[in-house]
Design a protein. Sequence first.
Length: 644
Amino acid sequence: MKKHTVIVNLTASLLMALALCACSNSSDGGLTPGPTPATATAKYTVTIAGAIENGKVTASASKAEAGTEITLTTAPNTGYKLSQILVCGEDASGIAAPDGKFKMPAQNVIVTALFTAKDYTITFNANNGSQTPATATRTFTAGESKDLPGIHELGEGFIKKVEGEFGEQYWNFVGWSKSPDTKIEACEWGDCSTYIGFEDTMLYAVWGEDPVHSIGISKSGQGTVSSDVVGADKDADITLTIKPDAGYEIGTVSANKVGDNGEIGEQITVTKESDYTWKFKMPDTHVKVNVTFNAIGYTIKIHTIYSGKVLCECETATVGQKVALTAWPDSGWALDSITVNKDGSIDLIAVNNNNNKWEFVMPAGNVTVVANFYDTNNWASGGYDELASGEDGTVGTSGKYVTFGRWPQTVKAEGVTVNEKITQIHGDFTYCYGSDGAWYVKAKENAFIEPYDMYQTPRVKYSDGSLAGTKGKSEKWFKVELIKWRVITDNYSGKKLLLAENAIAARRYNGSETSYINSEIRAWLNDAFVQSAFFGGQLSKIAPVAIDNETTTVKAFLLSSYDIQKSEYGFSNNIYSDSARKRKTTDYTRAGGAEARTEFAAYWWLRNLVEYTTVPTVCAEEGMLTFHTPDNTECVVPALCVSK
């Protein structure tokens, strides 16, 4: 098949303009004016770049005084449009030219423009052939060589029937022409199958008188059907290529003889050769092929996180079908989010909410719907839950406790599998869906190694008894769970002050400086931590407070060495021992490098009120006040305030 290629460089003129701008002070461009008499007003030149393609630009003046308005007129070639006009000063500065007008600066300028191809429409006319409908349109880009479709690709293209010397004769489609009278031997483009155009055009089917029998194609549903030939003699082997679109499958494939008067006759045998090819033997007559494509019914699976349910209007749906969902939270719970994933893909399907009705468009594949509910208790959208009296802390400390926010804590149980295709993003965390209905976060293992262990033997164990990995060479999944907090006072500047009951992470305080206000850990608590641990309406429930006479407020912070000695917070003033200060390490903190010699051996950071060379910490084995250098990896036990 003959092809015609036109190579159009749409950016050449702009590149040339930039080059000219960059070299505008050179003497060969004619841009620098000669000496001007002292009594004359200086005039500056307007140069039109010589490399503009697919159009022309003219200026209202070639020379002008500074401040004169210059009007630029553009004339695109047929099939092109103005995309950009650029005025550049000799100092390489760009000069605005809205509506093609600009004020002449006190320097020479160069003008260029970019003209790009427009889209145009070809109307295909069956030219008395049996295509249904009689005309069809397609959009093309000016200047591009395009393969034209066969008539059967535009509808039920078949044959052209004419009255001949010996009665009715059937002609075969061979291509397209601008003239309805074109014969096959005079086709403008050799094989009548390619076209290069610039404006809206009507093309007419070219029919060739041929003694061979024709093959017509009819289809329903979404897919493509083509034959390796448009006609053939008796007993020729014919190959059909049949491909369904995404979301469809091949339903039926059949072929019938067609009589001289177009009547449909008996069926002929069509044999499947492969997934997309079918064959039949040409009879001594015309043939019409009929193919149906059926929409595939894809499954919809529903998963819910925590307390609530979701109803889908259907269990299966076809591609492009709108699917409606309805969510019902249990009493005391609220819906946080609904996500839809196509199975085998990490991409989320868009879900629209309309008055508590959620709707998405079914993709070409099975989907999983995940509905995430959170506990509201007495807060309309806070996810803050006060625990019943008697639910003590991890070391048996009595008091008032709440759950608020979520964080990775326990290592994944052996029988649980995690689907990395079903995800949610929360701050720094990517949640992945577990087979037990919970969310999981993957983290590298950098478990603590005793500093005097010459063999660097891993000794830190997870709650399931397995050894934690070291040096960041392995990864583990950790279950996202509710964070438990102790209410250490109901009156911290008129708010409830919460302290995490367990160490939630292992991090360094800072690189070398011990100042809290400038520390890494302060920045992390108020950005990554709060954005990752709280979502939905929870962030709005955290009450920002000013600490240490700062002018700015924070949402999360560390207690100070003075705070952990206050009796009103439930602590003793004994700096050497206090069970109320003990904190447990979770599996997640052990993976991050917490010193976990025993279950409650969390060394956790306090904030400095006065800058020393070290930073105060709590040794949780005894609850003793101690000190570490700021680049150590120790545990983080955050505090925050909520409104009463």
